[in-house]
Design a protein around this ligand. Sequence first.
Ligand SMILES: Cc1ncc(COP(=O)(O)O)c(C=O)c1O
Length: 408
Amino acid sequence: MAICKARRVTSIFWYPGHELILTDIVRAENCYLYDSAGKRYVDLESGVWCTCIGHGNPRIGNVIARRFSTIGHTGFCYASEIVEEAAQEILSLLDFEGGRCVFLCSGSEAVEFGVRIAGSLIDRPMMLTMTDSYFGAYGSARERQEDEWHCFDWSVCADCPESKECHESCEHLASIPFEEIGGFLFEPGSSSGLVRFPPEKLVRGIAEKMWTNDGLLLVNEVTTGVGRTGKWFGYEHYGISPDIAAIGKGIGNGYPVSVAAFSRRVLERLGDGPVNYAQSHQNDPLGAAVALEVIRVIREDGLIERGREIAAMLADGLENLRRRTGRIKELRGRGLMIAIELEDDDGNSFAAAAHRALVRRGFVLGLRPGTSVFRLDPSLTVDFGDIEKFLQAFEGVLDGSGTDAAAD
Ligand SMILES: Cc1ncc(COP(=O)(O)O)c(C=O)c1O
């Protein structure tokens, strides 16, 4: 049965894998999506985890309108002050005083920019990363050529009784060829994967190795940044200090701006030489102004703290559902980056039906293709009451009274 008026999507390449369930969304406001018949849905995914302060945030709308009608785009030989102002704000959030950043257009681009700079500074052949990390749609970090990337599988560490200690003598850790590694590209929580968070001790150990070997620590904050995990950045949960940070998604709240930022330590190594990278919207005042306003809204409205409160409520509610329904195998999460893994079922058919039933009831959440893993990444501005309603609807779906069949 169609959920809302179904339109065929025939003229565009659409992202494969995910089921395109809602084809008729005409308006969005904060965490709500509306179809042409006026039906309201709560967007618990923030689009693609981007609208961290809600769809159509009026302050962001005003900045875009004002900036675009004054100066939204610059050429290579003239600049606008707002870009410097936004850069300083971001560097200060990262504790990168004396560093430098560049405004780009997507998370993929920010990661790739960071990797490119790191590659130009290190004289070792390889970069290290985790097997389950995702870094974007293109570039070296996506391709991960074997001679350039060492991919560490930390899944064994997840079950290791020593993972809180993570001894240097561990054979698995010793399998990393540190003498050939010049940088560690770390995603502090695999959001595109199954939402898992590598052990703190392991990450700290690798980061220290980078530091003592004169290597670089790059963090991919495209998803985990801008308040998603209950702190400004996901790396803060690990007590590490990165050299390079890639920020995307939430920093534009749906507007396509991203940032690659570099610490003073990187700049000292870079020297005064040019960084040869150019694309038409690099350091556009429009994107920089949006990023700056997003930061101001989060700070002035206390949204990181608010996100933590919502996250605590959601975690409690989901834990109750896990105990009551027996349908949930595992809950994983940090702040408002949450995965709900259902008990195994035949070909994940229950999960698919439950997903459709929830959308019918007006709740949009992610279902990772081919799995029984739901993902929730709501905005920091999501309403407490909507979370309560979602938990009720989810309970109905899990106990069987709310599947499509029961609902019809
Ligand atoms: C962890 C992570 N890094 C990088 C990217 C790439 O960002 P973008 O899609 O904005 O290019 C994504 C996108 O989902 C992501 O989840």
